[in-house]
Write a protein that binds this ligand. Structure first.
Ligand SMILES: [Zn+2]
Ligand SMILES: [Zn+2]
Length: 282
């Protein structure tokens, strides 16, 4: 079966290890394909993204690795691009003109009450609490509704191939601290989002990064969502969201089992001349 990971961070953003270190790790694990997806620059230049100045350096670096490892490992040049309401996103001209091989579109942040201040749903728990208590009147349902609305908005505008960690909103929800995924309002928000993604042919990733970083006990998105995606025949891929080279296939065997039990028989990938699918072998 094809071994790959398209959600890979390195030392250009908030990951560790040079791109070469990740490539060597991929070769050691018999990978066929490796896609780099550093966090695209955002205006406030936080520590976790590539800086605007480093972006061309990163893109050139990945191009050089592509050439250097041709025949041994298929390397793709991508970015994980944030959708920031009213500011920028995967469909922004500055990203479209980069001619990336692929882009992951992700929502991490929601507007706060202060101008130009955004709060991360996967950041410090205090950010999520501020969103719930100060911005959305104590209602987790409204925060979640906003989060999934932003995903749909991003999908509407396009400019990306893979939707990053669909239910990232659950990152701080261990032991159902803030909501229960069985609640009808939550299920409705998720199912509406899946319908929306299906219409736009967006690939959804199963992302093991929450587990490797000790934040969640299960993959993004939760198995019941993968099952619903399978019913809708939404193309799926398996990604690690790795921030250290050794995590490029973290929890992949277990995730493949889950994906298969949820009804998927094949996974999507970018290979050779374009997007294609291959059968899951367990
Ligand atoms: Zn992300
Ligand atoms: Zn990521």
């Amino acid at each position: 079966m094809i071994q790959s990971n398209f959600h890979t961070h390195c030392d250009y953003c908030d990951g560790s290890g040079k791109p070469e270190d990740v490539v060597e790790e991929a070769l050691a694990r018999n990978f066929d394909i490796l896609g780099f997806s550093s966090h695209a620059p955002i205006a406030s230049e936080p520590e976790w993204t590539i800086s605007e100045a480093d972006l061309p350096v990163y893109l050139k670096h990945i191009d050089e690795l592509k050439a250097e490892y041709a025949g041994k490992l298929e390397i793709w040049k991508g970015l994980e691009i944030d959708y920031i309401e009213g500011v920028s996103g995967p469909s922004s001209e500055k990203f479209l003109k980069l001619n990336l091989d692929y882009a992951i579109g992700s929502v991490h942040m929601i507007k706060s009450l202060e101008i130009h201040k955004f709060l991360a749903v996967d950041g410090p728990e205090a950010h999520l609490i501020e969103l719930i208590e100060d911005v959305y009147g104590g209602s987790m349902e409204r925060v979640s509704d906003k989060y999934y609305s932003l995903i749909c908005e991003m999908a509407e505008k396009g400019g990306f191939d893979i939707l990053g960690h669909l239910d990232l909103i659950k990152k701080r929800n261990r032991d159902n601290r803030y909501f229960n995924e069985d609640e009808p309002w939550y299920r409705k928000q998720v199912l509406n989002t899946l319908d929306y993604l299906k219409e736009r042919d967006i690939v959804v990733e199963v992302n093991t990064g929450g587990i490797s970083r000790g934040a969640t006990d299960s993959v993004y998105p939760s198995p019941w969502i993968i099952r619903e995606a399978s019913v809708r025949k939404i193309p799926l891929m398996l990604n690690a969201d790795s921030h250290v080279p050794e995590h490029i296939d973290f929890y992949f065997n277990e995730a493949l089992q889950i994906i298969s039990e949820c009804g998927y028989k094949e996974l999507h990938t970018l290979q050779g001349s374009g997007w294609t699918s291959f059968p899951i072998e367990i």
